[in-house]
Design a binder for this molecule. Structure first.
Ligand code: PAN
Ligand code: ZN
Length: 195
């Protein structure tokens, strides 16, 4: 017997299954619905050497990273996914990095599967525990609940990851913009320095 619907109540919209091509060698999502682009000028206040960042902006304001996304509703039960592509480069001696964020629903985790490049995922808690997990092709970083996370590119090619997180996670950039991360990643004399 068909269930009775209350008068005037619309049936919830059923999402249809779908699929896309993701090139796991080059780290390219074929048909993104949205591409978020962050340039040097979007990164004011994030790097240690603000004067070096200003010079970079004046010299052409290069793209720091791009995020390729499918449209997936930000609702509990959904699994938004993206390709995060962080370009190589330095601001002074500091390696290009993403802004980093906690999730708005802080108790939500995330999976980062690194497809290309090399670098670190720098993670921190509100009480300033800080860990740098290496990222390289075929390495998966598990971001547990309550850890802010930022990727850092120490190499010469883009650092590309496939990311999946809960639909209700959200992005809280404000707290990291205020707190910063206790550790930064530099290249000095050809060597990686985390301090
Ligand atoms: C990723 C990040 C992406 C860009 O999809 O959003 O790498 O980094 P920022 O958001 O810190 O600028 C993710 O962690 N989503 O939750
Ligand atoms: Zn995240």
């Amino acid at each position: 017997m068909a269930a009775k619907k209350a008068a005037g109540t619309a049936a919830p919209q059923l999402m249809m299954p779908w699929s896309i091509d993701i090139d796991l060698v080059d780290g390219v999502m074929r048909e993104p619905d949205r591409v978020l682009v962050r340039r040097a000028s979007d990164m004011k206040g994030y790097y240690k050497d603000e004067a070096a960042l200003q010079r970079l902006i004046a010299q052409g304001d290069p793209v720091h990273y791009e995020v390729f996304e499918k449209h997936i509703p930000e609702q509990p039960g959904q699994l938004p996914l993206c390709i995060s592509k962080l370009y190589p480069g330095r601001v002074g001696e500091e390696c290009f990095m993403t802004k980093g964020h906690y999730h708005t629903v802080s108790g939500t985790a995330e999976i980062y599967l690194c497809i290309r490049g090399q670098g670190y995922m720098v993670l921190k808690t509100a009480d300033s525990k800080c860990v740098a997990e290496p990222m390289k092709r075929n390495r998966m970083v598990y971001v547990p609940p309550h850890w802010a996370h930022r990727s850092v590119n120490t190499g010469a090619e883009p650092l590309i990851s496939f990311c999946v997180y809960p639909g209700d996670a959200g992005h809280n950039y404000g707290d990291i913009a205020t707190e910063g991360f206790p550790k930064r990643v530099f290249i000095r004399g050809g060597k990686e320095v985390i301090e």
